[in-house]
Ligand binder design. Structure first.
Ligand SMILES: Cc1ncc(COP(=O)(O)O)c(C=O)c1O
Length: 366
């Protein structure tokens, strides 16, 4: 049995009529740029997350960049974040001329170890980007306590965590601004690239919106430096349909994760930790084992999809190494990147497929 990491075709078949109609309606109206579906989706997204404002943009990477531009982060500034994340988190900091400053991760949640943040704050620190990795919320309460008194901005990288909650509140809405990705394999995935920023700050939302359209409010009048990063109407139309199904899909992911947790108990591996008071939405179901590479080979031989998120932390990536002071190490991020492996998870996964993954893993560990 071949088991894919994600099967987007199966998802499409389940909502084909709704999707086809939504796409057809954009084709008929030809309002490809900033069409009505964009505003409708933004309103739906804001209400889904309990945020006052949502602003669409062209990708999750752009959401991070636009948010930082809107907050005035740039040359000479420092931004604290995790070294164990997708490259976009630090790449956008660096692109704006600021310096990514890493803090090691917590060995259980794989998110920022908040207890290490204070030691990295300097007079140049402008913001912190907690990443809600794999769909697990970062530990926001102590993080917000650190930033509040110091006037630091909090930009949540919620690219992998739409629908996740921390103490009942949607991630992305806890800090100053939250950044979302609609990359196709995300829990809410477009049929191409897409992203959004969410915030409760009206002025910040307005600035984000301006940055996404060349720094303008009025055509050909450019008040601030901007970029071209709009959410396509076609993608917004797809996302509007999919948003209606997101809760059901998220519950299905959580159910699959619980089934894995039960079946993998007692093996020489760590199943995902779910901190008390949080809702983990399992964009990835990632397990940790010292025999990771052998397990990956074994799963490949059995036709079981898998992926490594991420094989090299950012402090060791050639493009980002020079931001790290000589001798500073991130032992937890480095160890986890050698031992982590993600298993197939998508809402349409059948029980027989979950069981096949489990028995392959049990077979490997004997
Ligand atoms: C943690 C994280 N941040 C940022 C991004 C960037 O999102 P996108 O691929 O939509 O640019 C991703 C997506 O892969 C991500 O996983």
């Amino acid at each position: 049995m071949q088991i894919k990491m994600v099967d987007l075709h199966r998802q499409y078949l389940g909502i084909k009529n709704e999707i086809d109609a939504a796409i057809q309606s954009v084709l008929t109206s030809t309002d490809f740029i900033m069409g009505s579906a964009v505003r409708e989706f933004e309103a739906g997204l804001a209400s889904f997350l309990g945020a006052k404002h949502a602003v669409g943009c062209a990708s999750g990477t752009d959401a991070l960049q636009v948010a930082m531009m809107a907050l005035g982060i740039g040359r000479g500034d420092e931004v604290i974040t995790s070294p164990f994340t997708f490259v976009a988190t630090a790449e956008t900091v660096a692109l704006l001329g600021a310096t990514p400053v890493y803090v090691d991760i917590d060995p259980k949640t794989y998110n920022l170890d908040v207890s290490q943040i204070a030691a990295r704050i300097t007079t140049k620190t402008k913001a912190i980007i907690p990443v809600h990795l794999y769909g697990q919320p970062a530990d926001m309460a102590p993080l917000l306590a650190i930033t509040k008194d110091r006037g630091l901005k909090v930009i949540e990288d919620a690219a992998q965590a739409i629908g996740a909650r921390y103490q009942g509140i949607s991630v992305g809405t806890l800090g100053d601004i939250g950044c979302l990705s609609f990359f196709p394999s995300k829990n809410l995935g477009a049929y191409g690239d897409g992203g959004a920023m969410v915030t409760n700050d009206a002025a910040l939302a307005e600035r984000c919106r301006m940055v996404t359209v060349h720094g303008s409010r009025k055509r050909y009048q450019h008040e601030i430096l901007g970029v071209n990063s709009r959410l396509d109407t076609l993608q917004a139309a797809v996302l509007k349909v999919k948003l209606r199904h997101l809760e059901t899909w998220t519950e299905a992911r959580i159910g699959i994760a619980h089934r894995y947790n039960q079946a993998l108990k007692g093996l020489e591996l760590a199943t995902p930790y779910c901190a008390p008071g949080v809702r983990h939405v399992y964009n990835q179901y990632s397990i940790r084992t010292s025999r990771r590479d052998a397990l990956a080979e074994f799963l490949k031989s059995k036709g079981v999809g898998h992926a490594i998120h991420y094989p090299l932390p950012l402090n060791l990536q050639p493009a980002f190494r020079h931001y790290v002071p000589e001798g500073r190490r991130f032992p937890v991020a480095e160890a986890v990147s050698r031992e982590i492996i993600s298993l197939p998870i998508f809402p349409e996964m059948q029980d027989t497929e979950i069981d096949a993954v489990n028995s392959a893993i049990r077979g490997f560990f004997g």
